[in-house]
Structures are given as structure tokens and as C-alpha cells.
Design a protein around this ligand. Structure first.
Ligand code: GDP
Ligand code: IMO
Ligand code: MG
Length: 438
């Protein structure tokens, strides 16, 4: 099958970047299809760390890298990212992509403050203006990439026109001044439009043609399924669809069969608020390490679980097979890549939730929409004996028996084969089990 989709099966930061980079070796095209620079995808090559926020993780391989229509694009941030990789970048951006403007950042921050005031709990967004930009996109007032790189006079008119409305909202509804200067914004976006002009590409047509020619295409998901705007833990979610079905809508190609690889960590993490049934941090967001379980702090430290985009400590929990069965149902994973298994080594005992207990009843019904229900659920754990250092294992049989037992149990519960076991951040720190590249 020439098309493959890489999907976060938990709450993001599962290690999608590493897997996309591995698959990128034999790919012709890599497409980012949702989210924006709220994402942070890390790749480690020869000990050097590269982080991508908007660029597809394929740029390091020199592969044709495309940004599809449902991405929200911040040209200020993209400029920095493009400058870093400029010499060998092969980038195309769809004209229909909506552009993040400075008022989106302001409205994102104000939205968080109001949520905190009215409900006592903010979402914990990345402050990148993601939600407000999707809002404008859906109400048809967004500025698109086509306009950014088009006629400068028209662009200036559009920026000033939308700013007038946003300024009134900021000042008259929220009683704050815009944090940006409009003349400076116009100057900077006119410059960015010129700078990015050559990257304009009809991604729908290009990917359609590539698939017809049997070229190898990767669709790179951002975030994770439990952050999906509809099927995640609404409202503690992002504003896009990080699921496999969303590929077709965003790219503009008809539905077709594709392989869908689910990326999971050997445990779970979540940045931001919302229920995590297996949480080892007393459910607290932001994390207060003095109130976390020993295992929560141990895994967070070993896994370097701090946000790539915002630097915030991520909440940590044991693997949740109930949630994973749910995300498998939504995505239909053909295989799973189990990342960061090395970060569990050294623990005496490892746990995995195989069911929840609620009100005296055992269930494996993941009611993603009912946050009260989820916050009342208690995990029903299976316990596993721990294992020592596995970072030098390169074949499955080199893993200790206890580590293999843990891997097999996940496969058994979710009923999907685990074809990749990752034991370190580097490309080579990877075990393959009947894993087919493209
Ligand atoms: P993404 O957003 O899904 O691409 O994931 P992030 O890049 O935000 O977070 C994953 C982090 O774990 C990155 O720093 C990776 O370099 C690192 N990583 C990936 N796989 C492994 C692994 O198997 N072991 C360890 N120790 N680190 C890993
Ligand atoms: P990658 O692609 C983890 C979280 C934020 C917040 C919620 C909404 O690296 O896996 P937003 O700024 O999108 O409106 O914030 O979603 N979030 C992520 N968490 N990994 C990500 O991306 C995320 N992108 C957004 O922390 O809780
Ligand atoms: Mg990340």
C-alpha cells in the first residue's frame, strides 16, 4: 500500500516525529494534515536533536514535504523553521491553509483566562492561537495562505479589515489593548508573504497525482486522538481532528485504503488539564512534583517529559488499555509502534489499566465525552515485573522476558500487532518486528 498514516493514539507526544523520520527514508512525499505549531515533533540523528513545529518531519530526509489545508499556519514561526533548514528544504503549502495572526494569540490567552475565571480550570493551551484561528477558518473570515502570498495591496486591506473587528472585540468585550502593533504586523506579514511565495502548491492535486503514480506518501498526524475536537475529552482538547479519517478532508483526496500506524508510549502523558484515569500525579495540572507518586516523577525524569513547544512538565500515567482500545476503534490501526519502553526500565513493578471501575461496576467503556464519569473512574490494573536497561537491545529476543510480556499483553488487549519497539530517541535505537517500510 503506497499510503501510510502516522497517528498519535494517546494525548500527543508519543514519538510520532521519530517514526515519521524512520519511514521517511523510503518515502516520496510527507504531508502534515492538521494542527499547527502547537505540535512539537523531535527527531534525534547522530546525537543531534531537531524539533519541528510546522514543517513535516520529512524535511531532514530531503523528501517533498507538504502542508495541507487543515493545518493552521503561523508564518512568523514558519519563517524561523524554514531559515534553519533552508538549503535542502523541499516544501509546498496549500493555498487553502488558514494563517495565524497576532490577534489569535491574544484571543487564545484571553480565552484561557476567562475559562479559568468561570470554571476554575483552563485547558492549558499552547498559546499559539490555534483555537481562534480555526474559529475564523470555520466562520469564513480567516486569512488564507493564498492571500498571504498574493497581491500585497489586497493582503494589507484584509489584515487591516480583520484587525478592526478583532480590536473592537479585544477592547470592548475583553477590555484589553491588542498586544501587537498593526502597522508593524502589516509590514511583517507583507514580508512573510513574499518570503513564502515560492512554496505555494496545490497539495490536493499534488498528492492525488502522487498516489496515482504509486508514489509513497506519509500522512503525518499531530497531537493525539484523545485531543480530537470531537472524539477527545472535549473541551480539554485541541481544535482539529488528529485521526486517520481526517486525512482525506484536509488533503482533498477521496477516501481510500491506507495503512494506519498508531503511535503509543509505553505509558501515557498529557500536557494540559482533563481526566487521565491512570494519572500518577494525583490528577494535578499544572504538575506539582512534590504531590506526585514516586513512579510519576521517575518516568517523567527518565522520559524527559517536558513539553517540546512550551517546556511545561507533562502529566504522566500508566498505560491505559481502555483508552487505547477506544482510539483503535476510531482509527483502525494496522499496527502499533511502542515508543519509550526504555523509560520504564529500573522500576520494580509496572502497571497497565485493563478496565475501569465506576460506582462499583467494572467497565471498559471509554466515555470520552463525559469528563465527570472519567474523573470518577478508578483504574483496574494488571501488574508486571520490571526489567533493567534495554537501551542496547536491537532485536526483539534481546529484550528481557518481563519486557516482552508487557509488549505481548498490550497486543493481546488491543488486538493489534506491535511492529516497532523503540528503546531510545535515536534512529538506531529501534527494534523492528515484521515492520514494513513504505
Ligand atoms: P511527538 O510530538 O509525538 O513527535 O513526540 P515528541 O517529540 O513531542 O516527544 C517524544 C520525545 O521522546 C522526543 O524528545 C523524542 O526524541 C523522544 N523519544 C522518542 N522515542 C523514544 C524512545 O524510544 N526512548 C526515549 N528515551 N526517548 C524517545
Ligand atoms: P504533538 O504533535 C501534546 C494540547 C495542549 C492543550 C490542548 C489544547 O507534539 O503531539 P492548543 O494549543 O492546541 O489549543 O491546546 O492540546 N496539545 C498538545 N499536547 N502534544 C501536542 O502536539 C499538543 N498540541 C496541543 O497542551 O492541552
Ligand atoms: Mg510533541
Amino acid at each position: 500500500m503506497p499510503a501510510i498514516c502516522v497517528i498519535g493514539a494517546q494525548w500527543g507526544d508519543e514519538g510520532k516525529g521519530k517514526l515519521v523520520d524512520i519511514l521517511g527514508e523510503t518515502a516520496d512525499v510527507i504531508v502534515r494534515y492538521q494542527g499547527g505549531n502547537n505540535a512539537g515533533h523531535t527527531i534525534v540523528v547522530d546525537g543531534k536533536k531537531y524539533t519541528f513545529h510546522a514543517l513535516p518531519s520529512g524535511v531532514l530526509r530531503g523528501v517533498r514535504s507538504l502542508i495541507a489545508s487543515e493545518v493552521v499556519l503561523d508564518p512568523r514561526q514558519l519563517f524561523d523553521e524554514v531559515e534553519k533548514f533552508k538549503t535542502d528544504i523541499n516544501l509546498g503549502i496549500d493555498p487553502r491553509t488558514s494563517i495565524i495572526m497576532p490577534w489569535h494569540n491574544d484571543l487564545d490567552n484571553i480565552g484561557e483566562e476567562s475559562r479559568k475565571k468561570s470554571t476554575g480550570s483552563a485547558i492549558g493551551t499552547t498559546s499559539r492561537g490555534i483555537g481562534p484561528c480555526y474559529e475564523d477558518d470555520k466562520n469564513r473570515s480567516g486569512i488564507r495562505f493564498y492571500e498571504l502570498v498574493g497581491d500585497p495591496k489586497n493582503l494589507e486591506g484584509r489584515i487591516r479589515e480583520v484587525h478592526d473587528t478583532k480590536k473592537r472585540i479585544l477592547e470592548q468585550v475583553y477590555n484589553v489593548k491588542p498586544s501587537y502593533d498593526i502597522d508593524e504586523t502589516v509590514r511583517s506579514y507583507l514580508f512573510l508573504g513574499g518570503y513564502l511565495r515560492d512554496y505555494l502548491a496545490d497539495v490536493s492535486q499534488e498528492v492525488g497525482n502522487a498516489l496515482k503514480e504509486n508514489k509513497k506518501v506519509i500522512f503525518e498526524g499531530a497531537q493525539g486522538t484523545l485531543l480530537d475536537i470531537k472524539f477527545g475529552n472535549y473541551p480539554k482538547v485541541t481544535s482539529s481532528h488528529p485521526m486517520s479519517g481526517a486525512v482525506f478532508d484536509s488533503v482533498g483526496i477521496p477516501p481510500m485504503k491506507m495503512r494506519t500506524v498508531g503511535i503509543i508510549k509505553a505509558y501515557v502523558t498529557k500536557v494540559g488539564s482533563g481526566p487521565v484515569v491512570t494519572c500518577l500525579d494525583n490528577g494535578l495540572w499544572p504538575v506539582d512534583e512534590s504531590k506526585s507518586n514516586f513512579e510519576g516523577n521517575y518516568i517523567r525524569n527518565k522520559g524527559g517529559e517536558k513539553g517540546t513547544t512550551t517546556g511545561r512538565p507533562r502529566r504522566v500515567g500508566w498505560m491505559d488499555a481502555v483508552a487505547l482500545k477506544y482510539t483503535h476503534r476510531l482509527n483502525s490501526f494496522s499496527d502499533l509502534a511502542l515508543m519509550k519502553l526504555d523509560c520504564l526500565s529500573g522500576l520494580d513493578k509496572i502497571k497497565m489499566a485493563v478496565a475501569y471501575e465506576h460506582d462499583g461496576k467494572v467497565t471498559d467503556d471509554y466515555r470520552s465525552w463525559d469528563l465527570k464519569f472519567l474523573s470518577e473512574c478508578k483504574p483496574v490494573y494488571e501488574e508486571f515485573d520490571g526489567f533493567g536497561d534495554i537501551s542496547s537491545a536491537r532485536r526483539y529476543r534481546q529484550l528481557p522476558k518481563n519486557a516482552r510480556k508487557y509488549v505481548s499483553r498490550i497486543e493481546e488487549l488491543v488486538k493489534v500487532p506491535i511492529t516497532v519497539v523503540s528503546v531510545g530517541p535515536g534512529r538506531e535505537e529501534t527494534i523492528y518486528r515484521n515492520f514494513k517500510k513504505l
